[in-house]
Design a protein around this ligand. Sequence first.
Ligand code: DNO
Length: 405
Amino acid sequence: MQQTWRWFGPNDSVSIDDLLQAGVQGVVSALHHIVPGMVWPADEIVKRQKEIATMSDGSASPLHWDVVESLPVSEDIKRQTGDWQQHLENYQQSLTHLHDAGIKVVCYNFMPVLDWTRTDLAYRLPNGATCMRFDVVDFAAFDLAILCREGAATDFPADIVEQANVRFATMSDDDKAALTRNIVSGLPGAATTMSLDDVRRHLGAYDDISPEQLRSNLMEFLAAVAPHAEQLGMRLCCHPDDPPFSLLGLPRIMSTEKDYQTILDAVNVPANGVTLCSGSLGVRVANDLPGMMKRLGDRVHFLHLRNVQRESDQLITSFHETAHLEGGTDMVALISAVLREEAKRRAAGRADATIPFRPDHGQNILDDHTRTTQPGYPAIGRLKGLAELRGIELALSHRLSEPGS
Ligand code: DNO
């Protein structure tokens, strides 16, 4: 397993020097300033590589840009509207440029409009740490009474609608503004956040797009780009929906093992792969993460390791982000499945036997409370996660842990 770390670029308050001291082995980054659909120019890619390869005193860092997260898929490609065909060509061109720069793994997602969504970015835990939380009652209050979306009332169970109305009645204007900000800020690294009218306009553009249509558009996207990636020796990996259920009436189609299997089968080349995000998928009771790693493993090109605590067993549930080894996913079993997959690949002589993972998100602890970072991406909380995860990997790989020794 390659221990990687997400770096948002020179404006990230967690520096390349910090990454080195955290002991990371590789970097995950993206050109957040380039508008989805446009080509990533070769010189911009090389510039980011140089930034990663340089410490703050100008000396060389041994780190490289190993994984792109994300090369975003434009809304036009997802809907097949406007310039989508040009955007597909641009996507291929960006892949070619990344390949020429020596980068092989590219993560993307196919979530319409919003990427990850939370209602609270700093939920206080009993020990004083803070974490990100999704409160379904708050979310329903936003949907029903702030966004005032038509049809919202039928998208939630009646008891949630009732609780949401009660809660909305007690919210101050500041509470409403904060909730709105939190929900629409689901675009990490993006320079802009959407206004309510932007959200309404974007939602309206999906009125006629069913989940089946969106799935078929994803398949067409992959039919166009995956063979190209394959030819270049690259690996694409689709990030799951976060959370893994429909929000704001939008179709979401990458939430379950079956969703993944369907997409992997539809374009059956190794370059069409999976970002196994245990935190996103783990919100859904039926998603068995170690089992998914076992069954989809040969196409898993990238791992996000984190954990969540579901607050009910309903499909649409509140949840919060726990420390990496707490929560609903058995991290030891998952890492053990990853190590077994790596051993299989090694035996088969695969060049991609070492799978990159990153400690995904982290709670804000200690000095994290005084350093502003991207929501969910503190320095120390993530470092703690990384340290725990690498400890499991080391323990499981140790020869003394092999049966019979
Ligand atoms: C959240 C992230 C996601 C992820 C994209 C990948 O913290 O895991 O935003 O980067 O969905 O395309």
